[in-house]
Design a binder for this molecule. Structure first.
Ligand code: FAD
Length: 475
């Protein structure tokens, strides 16, 4: 096992959240190491719904096109309800309708986790080491000593790091090591996920959907809406391939359907939130910080949002541009969002399929912190996403004269969007957005590397910019 003996940042877990964080850290020029215990990507397609906000982040990571090419188009994001797949009296509902002009250049889509992860891993490159498990770690005031194990050879290796990020899922070793507890109910349901192959493409051709709820219980989740499927069934225990085949045939309403069961996974629905996102030099992201019922498809997407929020802040601290205070805004900005998403998803679970896919929910997150220049409380807008070009809000998407989105002006550093290039500021990239966002002459928006507005001025007070940046960076 050839691994460095020191690294500024050690990311544990190469699921979608850890891999996204790795890509974002690399974009910020931060040296780091990501260790993943599995020897390859997930085999079971757990998450499939990638929401608009995640796709915006992937667009910044330059992998949105690959994800779109690998997934099902947004036009098949429907919920089907019927007695079986062949029920002539089926109903179908779509994504919660958005009014007005497009609010994002990247609407959500279906791309299953086992397909997504290799795309992310390829982009993350050689900072990712598969087959390496974090065994334990000790934290002192200056850093962390971590013990890693090569899962193939059993060999151990010590690495010293300044920051440890636990993206190691619901049973997080990092979280346990930091003594961070979780609160909230567990065991809201137990499900068997059967991954199988069957020629169902023609059967669903006139009713193509993302999820197919079957009245008697259970349902189908489309992987490619053709031959690759998941059948989800309420069960606390694994069942034989023969029994799974029987269940699939009954739910499909086709007695002689040729079914090949590929693998099965039993999982438990929890609704838990970590009581803290940081302990000293240890930070948590994704399922390590929150377990969100999959009803609504927000679990992975919330984790990807964590990675986006944390990536630039950690980079700013590691690069010496920000004080550690900036890292406290990570919990301040992300934990209340996870709290709300857990509650919304738990309500969806109780509605037993009687809910809509809200692709824009995570676009509506408002961050209340000094790093966002906003005193409003952090939270999601229950009334739905409404574009707003004020501090604490995601920079609204607007189309530029050359056809790009204003979101393409975001990152890797801070961006200043203004009417005239008179700021001449060196710490930020200056972009002329003449006539957009209602900015008067001399007005400007300062946008963080994660696409959040952290300052708005309607007058030409360029002299204020250094102080604003220092404040946002925790100075
Ligand atoms: C049936 C189902 C359907 C779902 N559908 C959706 C959906 O449509 N949309 C959505 O947004 N979410 C969905 N989710 C939730 C989603 O799967 C999770 O939120 C997501 O996987 C979390 O990603 P993560 O990277 O935080 O953690 P994980 O995907 O759990 O990855 C953690 C990684 O850390 C590794 N690891 C653990 N311990 C160690 C260690 N000590 N050392 C090294 N590596 C370690 C693990 O091997 C794993 O690869 C669904 C979940 C389920 C079960």
């Amino acid at each position: 096992m050839r691994l460095p003996s020191t690294t500024p940042v050690l990311v544990v877990g190469g699921g979608p959240v850890g891999l996204t964080l790795s890509i974002l850290l690399s974009a910020q020029g931060v040296d780091h190491l990501l260790v993943e215990a599995r020897t390859g990507s997930s085999r079971h397609p757990k998450a499939r719904g990638i929401s608009a906000r995640s796709m915006e982040i992937f667009r910044r990571c330059e992998i949105a096109d690959d994800v779109r090419d690998a997934g099902l188009s947004a036009s098949s994001v429907f919920f089907f309800r019927g007695k079986s797949l062949v029920d002539p009296d089926f109903t179908r509902t779509g994504v919660a309708a958005a009014e007005g002009p497009a609010v994002t250049p990247t609407p959500g889509l279906i791309c299953s986790q086992d397909v997504l992860e290799p795309l992310l891993a390829r982009r993350a490159g050689d900072r990712v080491r598969f087959g390496v498990r974090l065994e334990s770690y000790d934290q002192d005031g200056d850093g962390i000593d971590a013990v890693l194990r090569d899962v193939r050879t059993g060999e151990t290796h010590s690495v010293r790091t300044s920051w440890l990020v636990g993206c190691d899922g619901a049973a997080s070793v990092v979280r346990a090591g930091a003594g961070i507890t979780m609160s909230g109910p567990t065991g809201l349901g137990h499900f068997l996920s059967v991954r199988f192959e069957a020629p169902l493409g023609k059967v669903v051709a006139d009713r193509a959907s993302a999820s197919y709820f079957i009245a008697a219980g259970g349902g189908f989740l489309a992987v490619d809406n053709d031959r690759q499927w998941i059948y989800q069934y309420p069960s606390e225990k694994n069942l034989s391939a023969e029994r799974c085949t029987e269940l699939v045939r009954t739910a499909a309403g086709i007695d002689d359907l040729p079914v090949t069961v590929q693998d099965t996974m039993v999982w438990r629905m929890d609704a838990q939130l970590a009581d803290a996102y940081r302990s000293g030099r240890v930070l948590l992201a994704g399922d390590a910080a929150h377990t969100i019922p999959p009803t609504g498809g927000h679990g992975m997407n919330t984790g990807i949002g964590d990675a986006d929020n944390l990536g630039w802040k950690l980079a700013a601290v590691v690069n010496g541009d920000a004080t550690e205070r900036l890292l406290d805004t990570y919990e301040q900005e992300r934990r209340p969002i996870a709290r709300q998403v857990i509650d919304i998803s738990s309500d969806n679970a109780r509605a037993r399929g009687g809910y809509q896919i809200d692709d824009q929910l995570l676009l509506s997150a408002v961050y209340g912190s000094f790093a966002a220049g906003c005193d409003d409380p952090t939270g999601l807008d229950a009334a739905g996403y409404r574009p707003c070009a004020l501090p604490g809000r995601r920079l609204p998407h607007m189309e530029l004269a050359d056809g790009r989105s204003t979101l393409d002006l975001v990152g890797p550093g801070f961006a200043l969007l203004c009417n005239q290039e008179w700021f001449g500021a060196r710490q930020v990239a200056v972009h002329d957005v003449e006539g957009l966002y209602g900015l008067p002459a001399g007005g400007a928006l300062l946008v963080r590397p994660d696409g959040y507005i952290c300052w708005r001025t309607d007058k030409g007070d360029s002299a204020a910019l250094p102080d604003v940046l220092a404040r946002v960076l925790g100075g």
